[in-house]
Ligand binder design. Structure first.
Ligand SMILES: *[C@@H]1O[C@H](CO)[C@@H](O)[C@H](O)[C@H]1NC(C)=O
Ligand SMILES: *[C@@H]1O[C@H](CO)[C@@H](O)[C@H](O)[C@H]1NC(C)=O
Ligand SMILES: *[C@@H]1O[C@H](CO)[C@@H](O)[C@H](O)[C@H]1NC(C)=O
Ligand SMILES: *[C@@H]1O[C@H](CO)[C@@H](O)[C@H](O)[C@H]1NC(C)=O
Ligand SMILES: *[C@@H]1O[C@H](CO)[C@@H](O)[C@H](O)[C@H]1NC(C)=O
Ligand SMILES: [Zn+2]
Length: 387
């Protein structure tokens, strides 16, 4: 397990790729986003809000911080960032349920799907490589969950909009891809809310789902996120695909072999899967395209919010979004937010709830989006009520 317990520092623009060991027992996750600060936004979308610089840990708006009840946030230590390699926990006690330390999870964490199902997720986009993945998913009619980095959303809003309209679940992967247990409470608010805000400007909806970069979550992060209405998604199957861009000794066909093994386990497994993949590099997108058919042979593959039984991946719940509005036309910043009519609002800032092993969702909001857009230009995002 050479690669287990190794974290790659990928603040590429700052210091180049570096490697450092940690004592973390959990599997590793993706590197930080590629540099977005030099790119110019694609398309003609203009954000109305004034955003922090991509790749920076953002200072939140004051009104976001006041949403918190700080006395209801676990008093876990804020870890130092260990030279950029993430938290370095010590000892054996894990009072704050730190996933990268002990793989500890809480009931509200979404880690798996029900038996026979597979939550398919792609992190760190959008990037220049995302369209190839989106094209493929469209071609096979597959909906997925896309955990997007806020800085990447700012750079590629057209891709975000395309993915949303295609019926994928748009979800949050923080603004700057930092280790959340190393961030102050205020910074965690900034990481989540600025990303939500950017996605909202493009799509007109507020995501509920977020994935902590590197799976770096503890009870403090959970409490902050929950108070802001976000539900954490981890994973139970790691492709390690991101190593393709970081480690020349990593063999791409290991990803395929692992996926084949996961398929073979399906019949006897007690639970289904949630996988970690990335639309971060050309190679990770190619791997994603290769292994989806392998997984589909053995699992009912769907967005993770769907397999977790969420009625909607968005805080708006049951909303209609007019796809024909100026919202989706380029060059109109004033109308650049898709108009979302809240039919039944579960509360945009309210805490969500989740089930990691609940009943299968019988409807897919994602599918409805696609059908609605294709046939009528109306998007029906599914049910308001959580169950
Ligand atoms: C931006 O708008 C111009 C003029 O309407 C159009 O020709 C161009 O294709 C647009 N670019 C994108 C990426 O949508
Ligand atoms: C804040 O949290 C504390 C501890 O859980 C609780 O006693 C208090 O009622 C909460 N305050 C508000 C305004 O919800
Ligand atoms: C699965 O991937 C890991 C690296 O992430 C590799 O070491 C292992 O050999 C792979 N499994 C198979 C069956 O190839
Ligand atoms: C699944 O379990 C059955 C019964 O215990 C066993 O015969 C079979 O070999 C197992 N299959 C796999 C792929 O492990
Ligand atoms: C969404 O709201 C509409 C109007 O209230 C209702 O007719 C429809 O059944 C709701 N859809 C779901 C999935 O709850
Ligand atoms: Zn990531």
């Amino acid at each position: 397990m050479l690669f287990k317990g190794l974290y790659f520092l990928a603040a590429l623009t700052l210091s180049g790729t570096a490697l450092a060991a940690t004592t973390a027992s959990a599997t590793t996750s993706a590197p930080a986003a590629i540099d977005t600060s030099t790119g110019s936004a694609t398309g003609n979308f203009t954000f109305k809000d004034k955003y922090p610089a991509a790749n920076s840990v953002p200072v939140p708006k004051p009104e976001w911080v006041t949403l918190l009840n700080t006395s209801a946030i676990a008093k876990a230590p804020v870890y130092s960032n260990n030279g950029g390699a993430g938290p370095k926990q010590s000892g054996s006690a894990d009072p704050y349920c730190d996933w990268t330390f002990t793989l500890c999870t809480r009931p509200d964490d979404i880690v798996e799907c029900p038996k026979g199902q597979w939550g398919i997720t792609y992190d760190d986009g959008p990037t220049q490589f995302s369209p190839k993945l989106y094209d493929y998913l469209d071609s096979v009619g597959q909906k997925a969950t896309l955990f997007m980095i806020g800085g990447q959303v700012l750079q590629y809003p057209d891709m975000v909009l395309r993915a949303f309209k295609a019926g994928h679940e748009i979800a949050i992967h923080t603004f700057s891809h930092s280790y959340l247990t190393t961030q102050s409470t205020e910074s965690i608010v900034g990481e989540l809310k600025w990303t939500e805000q950017a996605i909202f400007e493009v799509t007109g909806v507020h995501p509920k789902l977020f994935r902590p970069p590197y799976g770096d979550i503890d009870d403090r992060v959970r409490d902050i996120a929950k108070q802001l209405g976000f539900i954490p998604v981890i994973w139970n199957h790691d492709t390690d695909d991101w190593m393709l861009g970081e480690d020349t000794s990593f063999q791409a066909d290991w990803i395929d072999a692992n996926a084949t093994a996961w398929g073979n386990e399906a019949a006897n497994a007690t639970v289904g899967g949630v996988s970690l993949e990335h639309d971060l590099y050309a190679g990770t997108v190619d791997a994603a395209i290769r292994i989806l058919p392998i997984l589909k042979k053995s699992y009912d593959v769907k967005p993770v919010g769907v397999c977790a039984g969420l009625a909607s991946a968005y805080k708006e719940g049951n909303v209609t979004v007019s796809a024909s509005a100026s919202s989706l036309a380029p060059s109109t910043p004033a109308g650049s937010t898709a108009s979302a009519s809240v039919v039944s609002n579960a509360g945009v800032n309210g805490a969500g709830s989740s089930s990691s092993s609940g009943p299968v969702a019988t409807t897919s909001g994602a599918n409805k989006q696609t059908v609605g857009l294709a046939l009528t230009g109306l998007v029906a995002v599914a049910a308001a009520a959580l169950f």
